[in-house]
Design a protein around this ligand. Structure first.
Ligand SMILES: Cc1cc2nc3c(=O)[nH]c(=O)nc-3n(C[C@H](O)[C@H](O)[C@H](O)COP(=O)(O)O)c2cc1C
Length: 168
């Protein structure tokens, strides 16, 4: 265990937040960490939005299927990818996870809310006035955790193999 693996292992999706702001320095650092993610051919095909206005948070929440809790978050990040770049989805998912882990390192909890492939991707883009060349990849609701639920994970024995896969 080290500081990075401890942060990774301590992360859980949180959907209930306490009221209160997330520091501007934390937000800036999390976005910087997102922007340092690896990308195919180093194209960095992304755009990061930070939404804190309660009215706008409620509007975004209202458009999603399973992200109504965004309305009660302190801040919601929106990750957009350049839709014509072949690897925009992989690149923006890597950035999303970097962002989530950076927040976690500051004790700020979050939950990834689906964006790509969702029918609300375009309405969210238009709501935020984002140019058409981008498409929504993820929304990340964040804040100080009010309730943490720990999800069950698959048994390690069933999810990896060494050298060559063998049936049990
Ligand atoms: C691509 C993706 C989309 C997700 N979309 C939603 C969502 O729309 N609403 C939600 O409540 N959680 C969403 N999640 C969070 C997952 O439900 C959560 O990661 C999973 O249940 C495992 O829990 P854990 O993150 O605490 O390990 C999403 C996660 C990923 C990676």
């Amino acid at each position: 265990m080290n500081i990075v693996t401890t942060v990774i292992k301590s992360r859980h999706s949180v959907r209930k937040f306490k009221t209160g702001k997330v520091d501007e320095t934390v937000i800036r650092d999390a976005i910087e960490c997102a922007s340092l993610a690896p990308t195919a051919k180093n194209i960095q095909p992304w755009l990061f939005g930070v939404i804190r206005n309660p009215g706008m948070l409620a509007n975004i929440a209202g458009l999603t299927e399973n992200g109504k809790f965004i309305a009660e978050s302190s801040v919601c990040f929106a990750v957009f990818g350049e839709r014509d770049e072949m690897y925009y989805l992989e690149d923006c998912c890597a950035a999303t996870e970097n962002l989530i882990l950076a927040l976690q390192a500051y004790g700020v909890a979050s939950c990834w809310v689906a964006g790509d492939k969702k029918s609300y991707a375009e309405p969210v883009r238009k709501l935020l006035n984002v140019p058409e060349k981008y498409t929504l990849v993820s929304l990340i609701a964040a804040g100080n955790p009010a309730e943490i639920t720990i999800s069950e994970k698959k048994d390690k024995r069933h999810i990896f193999f060494c050298e060559e896969f063998k049936m049990d």
